[in-house]
Design a protein around this ligand. Structure first.
Ligand SMILES: NC(=O)c1ccc[n+]([C@@H]2O[C@H](COP(=O)([O-])OP(=O)(O)OC[C@H]3O[C@@H](n4cnc5c(N)ncnc54)[C@H](OP(=O)(O)O)[C@@H]3O)[C@@H](O)[C@H]2O)c1
Length: 378
């Protein structure tokens, strides 16, 4: 495993970090949705046995079951081998007391005395100002002073201006951003990467494959990659491109099975800072240009918008829309979409309440985009 510098912290973490958000779910005896603990154990144990030492979870992942599953998987000596990152669920915070209460629940879920990287989850400008007024900076200072957390951090979903404001507003130990070869002008942007680098604040990457979209690319994008004499899979291109940045610490990958875990272990072993040639970088630029023509909506399937109060399957509809468009230019009449509608989860149920938009990290105008998707897919 390759290890990478974490800016001003003076530590190194594995290039590959396990993002636990996409662990598969199953029903337990009571019919409740729970994480498939067997698969979670397999992924985490395999990754750690092969040198991964950075594990990312959050209170809200997997219907609030993810931290518990990670806590269980890390028993038997694994906890001591890794740094755990988890996130304060800002949506449940209305006071400083809420912050302390939630931290204690999270620590218990994870079966640990100290959380290594403690992030304020999914900050945008408005949420940052709200959390700041509730005293989140003092709360983080206090947790650090009490050795309850090692590092005070945030994860981010907004634009560059908001990123700059948040980054400059507290002495952060790390920031986690959505970054990949498609998002150079979206979210924190490449300018944000440079700014964090200048301040020597380490960066952890999420959505490096845009939730999987950059692994399963349209044929025309694959053809661009395959035109290069040295062959890499699309996922390898995406990870190599990220690791080329010296400012980047760990790159999270939300693996869903052992096969992907093994593939990514191998891929990250071949990454490094500034190792890509100008010719390779030009191929990525060309792939980006080609892909731009093929995307209908920037949904990454993170499911933050769910559950929809009236049952619309928002990520399912957007996923179907993007998938259909990937391979053809006219996409009328989509069988998968008809099944979603027949099951009662189509756009026709949407009442435009806007609850989903409050939670969407990509700032998608969801009701409006659903209407367009419906008109094209029906
Ligand atoms: N803080 C935040 O606001 C926030 C938001 C989003 C994510 N995160 C964190 O960041 C982590 C990473 O983000 P992400 O899950 O969106 O990561 P990602 O790497 O962009 O996407 C993960 C998906 O990529 C596919 N994949 C992974 N390895 C592959 C391989 N070798 N070959 C083919 N496909 C592969 C899988 O898709 P399939 O299952 O379709 O095969 C997997 O579900 C999350 O797990 C979570 O811990 C945080």
């Amino acid at each position: 495993m390759k290890y990478r510098k974490f800016g001003k912290l003076g530590i190194e973490c594995s290039a590959f970090g396990i993002g636990c958000m996409r662990f598969p779910m199953e029903k337990n005896e009571k019919g409740e949705n729970v994480v498939n603990q067997k698969i979670a154990n397999e992924i985490l144990h395999t990754a750690i046995d092969n040198g991964v030492n950075y594990i990312d979870t959050a209170y809200v992942y997997s219907d609030r079951q993810n931290e518990k599953a990670v806590g269980i998987a890390l028993q038997g000596g694994y906890r001591e081998k890794v740094r755990i990152a988890t996130k304060l669920p800002i949506w449940d915070v209305n006071s400083k007391e809420d912050m302390y209460r939630l931290y204690e629940i999270q620590r218990t879920n994870l079966q640990t005395d100290r959380i290594d990287f403690y992030l304020i989850h999914a900050l945008n400008r408005d949420q940052w100002r709200r959390m700041r007024s509730l005293g989140v900076r003092e709360f983080l200072d206090d947790l650090k002073a009490q050795n309850k957390i090692s590092y005070a951090c945030f994860s981010f979903h907004d634009n560059y201006e908001a990123f700059e404001e948040i980054l400059n507003d507290y002495d952060w130990d790390m920031c986690q951003i959505q970054f990949n070869y498609m998002d150079i002008h979206n979210q924190a942007t490449i300018k944000g990467v440079e700014l964090a680098g200048k301040k020597n604040i380490p960066i952890v990457i999420m959505e490096g494959l845009q939730g999987g979209r950059l692994a399963n690319v349209p044929a025309s994008v694959k053809a661009v990659f395959d035109s290069y004499p040295v062959k890499h899979t699309p996922a390898e291109w995406a990870f190599r491109w990220l690791c080329n940045f010296p400012q980047v610490g760990t790159v999270l990958s939300g693996v869903t099975n052992l096969e992907q875990t093994y593939q990514n272990l191998e891929t990250f072993d071949k990454t490094g800072v500034n190792i890509m040639t100008p010719e390779e970088l030009a191929i990525v630029d060309k792939a980006r240009e080609e892909y731009m023509h093929r995307i209908k909506v920037g949904c990454t399937g993170c499911r933050y918008c769910m559950p929809c109060p009236v049952g619309v399957d928002i990520p399912g509809i957007f996923g179907t829309w993007n998938e259909s468009y990937k391979f053809r230019d006219d996409i009328a009449q989509n069988g998968h979409y008809r099944r979603i509608v027949n099951d009662g989860h189509g756009q026709d149920k949407c009442v435009s309440c806007g609850k989903c938009m409050e939670k969407c990290p990509q700032s998608i105008q969801i009701p409006e985009m659903l209407k367009i998707a419906d008109s094209e897919l029906r």
